[in-house]
Design a protein around this ligand. Sequence first.
Ligand SMILES: O=C(O)CCC(=O)C(=O)O
Length: 289
Amino acid sequence: MRDSSERAAAGLTPAERAAFREQGYLIRRVLDDASVARYVAAVEASRSERADARRMSNLQFLQPGKDVRGVQDIICNEAIVGLCGELLGEGIVIDGASLFYGEAGIDYRQGWHRDVMQVPDEQIDPAWFSDSYHFNYVQVNVPLTRDPCLWIVPGSHRRALTAQERAVFGNTEKMAPVDAGELSDGLQIVLQPGEAVFYNNYTVHRGYAGVLSERRITIHLGFHSRLHEPTCHFGVLDHSQYTPEYLDTLDARVRAALQLHLAERARHPEVDVFHAYHQQFIRQEFKTT
Ligand SMILES: O=C(O)CCC(=O)C(=O)O
């Protein structure tokens, strides 16, 4: 029998590939216990410098001033990047990189949504939510503590909203009000430390715990492939802050990953307009400092 580190490094089986395409998500263990412990220690050291929060925090840990140096190298993790390459194609580029942190007792509830909050209504194309659309983005949650917060409606990325979903969303494709009601096909994803869920963030999904019964520390990443045109979601990182002076201070592999991001943003300046909308969304949903 293969151990979990071999399994993490192994390629996708045809069944896993099909599950990701059809259901919109896939779960794999990507970190061993020692790596989980190293990252938790880095997060705890950085938290002691920050004021306590009453909301879930979303700290963009690759940005200067918010940087958590001890977790940054997760963006180069071979199992994560390798699996994203199998899902999207070669030339994987880091995009989003946030640390979700919430103490037990805080209230965390998002409305059901698709990640198109950053797109003006009139530019949202119903063809994005169909079988034939090539979605060039994968979002990854890597919990360092047990994490029951992510909910997904499997298969919803490749179809229009159902009647039940439409009733909950109302007159928008973006986000339902928090108290708009439950979805009978909503599935709670419960992850153990070191497991990761890779998901298509055009699925209907939400972060929802009610009152957290345990501390949440989860690293939340987004990746794009240079092989294909970007989706509107590409452009989460604030590349304008990646000055040569800042890059020079980083670990060499992290620096190389951010240089790839800069090169890809230079090829696709059209996504810059979506960056600001995305930042607006996360400021509304999270504590971001
Ligand atoms: O809390 C989570 O894992 C979900 C976050 C999410 O859905 C989002 O930021 O769009």
